[in-house]
Design a protein around this ligand. Structure first.
Ligand code: FE2
Length: 202
């Protein structure tokens, strides 16, 4: 199907028909939002290692520089997994602002991240494994500017910052080991719940 400017292809090992569709996302093809800006990477990492970033609460502070370790609220229903992280972040000047980031996955291959706070932004992650070691990643970014020139200026910085944040995650994803039974503590976020949900597709 074609949705959100992307062609999605369904694959099932037993040739079964698709069991869900990808919804139209708020902010895509909307004149209040900037046209999608797409960035590509080839990563030596697996789907799970990258996708479970969304439930890795502590890394938002130590890798991405938010000021607090976020709280995570999960909503899970069939093929959809959604987690909202709330945190305090730096804002223009020397001020701080409350930020909120929601990652929603529709199956294992499509991830939508929407971020609120100083300005609204979204990203669509359509990472595709190409062999046992490598994954082709494309991230499509947009920011809600509503034609406001000040927001346009800020939007350029926001996208550059989001791309830089990907580069911060990259060496970790390319070098981490995937442990089947990781030793987790309270601050690690809902990793076990995420992996249990993810398991249904494999
Ligand atoms: Fe990250």
């Amino acid at each position: 199907m074609e949705q959100n400017g992307i062609v999605f292809v369904w694959y099932h090992a037993d040739d079964a028909e698709p069991t869900y569709e990808i919804p139209k996302l708020e902010g895509v093809d909307d004149p209040a939002w900037r046209p999608l800006e797409v960035h590509y990477w080839r990563m030596r990492a697996r789907w799970l290692d990258m996708n479970e970033n969304c439930v890795d609460a502590a890394h938002f502070k130590y890798v991405h520089g938010v000021l607090t370790i976020p709280t995570s609220t999960v909503h899970e229903e069939g093929h959809v997994f959604s987690v909202t992280s709330r945190f305090t972040q730096k804002a223009p000047g020397d001020s701080t602002a409350e930020g909120e980031l929601t990652t929603t996955e529709y199956g294992p291959g499509f991830q939508h991240v929407s971020q609120g706070g100083v300005i609204d932004s979204l990203l669509m992650n359509t990472a595709t494994p190409i062999d046992e070691e490598y994954t082709d990643v494309s991230f499509a970014y947009s920011v809600k500017t509503e034609g406001d020139p000040r927001k346009e200026k800020l939007a350029t910085k926001v996208v550059a910052d989001l791309v830089r944040q990907f580069e911060n995650d990259k060496p970790i994803w390319e070098n981490k080991a995937c442990w089947r039974r990781p030793r987790l503590c309270d601050g690690d976020g809902p990793v076990t719940q995420y992996r249990r949900w993810y398991q249904q597709f494999f």
